[in-house]
Design a protein around this ligand. Sequence first.
Ligand code: URA
Length: 209
Amino acid sequence: MGNLTICDHPLIQHKLTYIRDKNTNTKDFRELVDEVATLMAYEITRDLPLETVTVATPVTNASSKVVSGRMLGIVPILRAGLGMVEGMLKLIPSAKVGHIGLFRNPETLEPVEYYVNLPSDATERLLIVIDPMLATGGSACAAIQALKQRGCQQIKLMCLIAAPEGVEVVQKAHPDVDIYLAAMDDHLNDHGYIVPGLGDAGDRMFGTK
Ligand code: URA
């Protein structure tokens, strides 16, 4: 089973409260999501391997560490995942960015890929799938499946808020994928919204509806 990490840093929790607040306007919502994505990128990269190099300081040579060539990719699920990309790139600017677009088949209610565009060397990268809301787990599973079908094997999932139902679905389907959240909420309501959640992440981020 993949690890489940709740990123409980006080700054993440503080900002998440204002992200949830229905009175937070679009501009502030977007900025806060961006900031939380940066803070979560710090947590999700915590286990990157290091190697020792020698660096010449103004005083002498020092043995010091650098990240040892682990290449990263960020894969937002369209469209709400887009709001977390820039925040992550602030900490990992050399990461490449792929995109996955999914829609729900109105008859089967299954997610269907309509757009997948990945870096050419995606199979060699550690890919971080990002989507603010992990609700039923359907989109996350389909996105992870889309990556695996294309030969990608090192995958993590990062979301702001999850419902326990969604986490269980992803963990069952993809036990090799570690999940990072800012919060685990109570449940999904009959309309598929996370409770208490934050409403529709895409609409709040882009000012639609
Ligand atoms: N997607 C959202 O944007 N919000 C939810 O609560 C669930 C899915």
